[in-house]
Design a binder for this molecule. Structure first.
Ligand code: NAP
Length: 299
């Protein structure tokens, strides 16, 4: 970061490490006091190298927190019926409290049918329509998608109360943009959702005291799109080629420009990314407590 930068950096890596530590302590308490070991099952179909890395990392993080990790890898040719049968078996398995089916799935499998087959109580990705509906209506007992939940935790850590703040979410996907907007609304923000058809996008962004960028476009948010002092959460993960020919990860925000204007900003990498897995573990512990009839843990 340049010498003139003034934004305070929101260290998602450090926050996620702290959260994972608290989750580990809660898991140890559940085992000791209730004989309960939260279990997460990950299902992977086919040979997508990025998905294999994600699933491996999730498995390691699950074990590091003291939870049980179950991994199921089906061949790329597996039928939808085979995958549905596996999901239904996991739905019934009492050692499994959370189920995640790694997306994307091969083209011959309908992701909606698979997501809907997961028991909503075990849907730790928060993608089942029952959980989407609970988030949208404010009904209790739902599980919230991990990436927006992680963004919200970082925002509250940086700002405290978000009440009354003008927030803009750039992107309207079902996994990030829409649940993020619902979470901010539930915190009593005034929320705008921007997307590819939004007119005067830079001016819309420049009004926001909270800007969450989730468009998947490398460095599209420039310094002059940002309201001075705003909190900027950069969800984007984009691979770009650097001057030396190697690839590096950048966000949807032009960090060097934005850090000179914003009040708080997440870096990429080391911002939102580490929060996603930590929130997946948190959802698994919450799901395990509910399935055991225990109160939600305070993590
Ligand atoms: P997505 O499904 O591709 O959605 C992108 C959204 O951005 C869409 O709503 C799209 O608008 C909008 N958009 C695209 N280009 C735009 C433009 N030029 N101007 C205005 N809006 C534009 O992406 P996603 O799954 O939400 O992911 C977004 C980014 O977050 C990606 O970089 C992804 O890799 C990253 N991500 C990170 C994590 C993490 O753990 N850190 C997790 C999930 C995703 P339309 O709806 O009009 O097409």
């Amino acid at each position: 970061m340049s010498a003139s930068a003034r934004a305070s950096i929101i260290d998602g890596k450090a926050f996620a490490e702290g959260l994972r530590g608290r989750i580990g302590e809660e898991v140890a308490r559940l085992r000791e006091e209730h004989g309960l070991t939260p279990g997460l099952a990950a299902v992977l179909v086919g040979e997508n190298p990025a998905s294999e890395i994600y699933v491996r990392n999730k498995g390691r993080a699950t074990e590091a927190a003291g939870m049980a990790s179950f991994s199921h890898h089906l061949a790329a040719e597996a039928t939808e019926a085979e995958l549905l049968a596996l999901v239904e078996r996991l739905d019934r398995d009492p050692a499994v409290h959370g189920i995640l089916v790694q997306l994307p799935l091969p083209a011959h499998i309908d992701p909606v049918r698979v997501t809907e087959a997961v028991d909503p109580a075990k849907d730790v990705d928060g993608f089942h329509l029952v959980n989407v509906g609970r988030l949208a209506t404010g009904a209790p007992g739902g599980l919230v998608p991990c990436t927006p939940q992680g963004c919200l935790m970082l925002l509250k850590h940086a700002l405290g109360s978000l009440e009354g703040k003008r927030a803009l979410v750039l992107g309207r996907s079902n996994i990030v943009g829409k649940p993020m907007a619902a979470l901010l609304l539930a915190e009593n923000c005034t929320v705008t959702v921007a997307h590819s058809r939004t007119r005067e996008l830079a001016a819309e962004c420049a009004r926001a005291e909270i800007l969450v960028a989730a468009a998947g476009r490398a460095r599209m948010v420039k310094g002059d799109w940002i309201k001075p002092g705003a909190a900027v959460i950069d969800v984007g993960i984009n691979r770009v080629e650097a001057a030396d020919g190697r690839t590096r990860l950048v966000g949807d925000v032009d960090f060097d420009e934005a850090a000179k204007v914003a009040g708080h900003i997440t870096p990429v990498p080391g911002g939102v990314g580490p929060m996603t897995i930590a929130c997946l573990l948190r959802n698994t512990v919450i799901a395990a407590c509910r399935q055991a009839g225990l109160p939600d843990p305070g993590i």
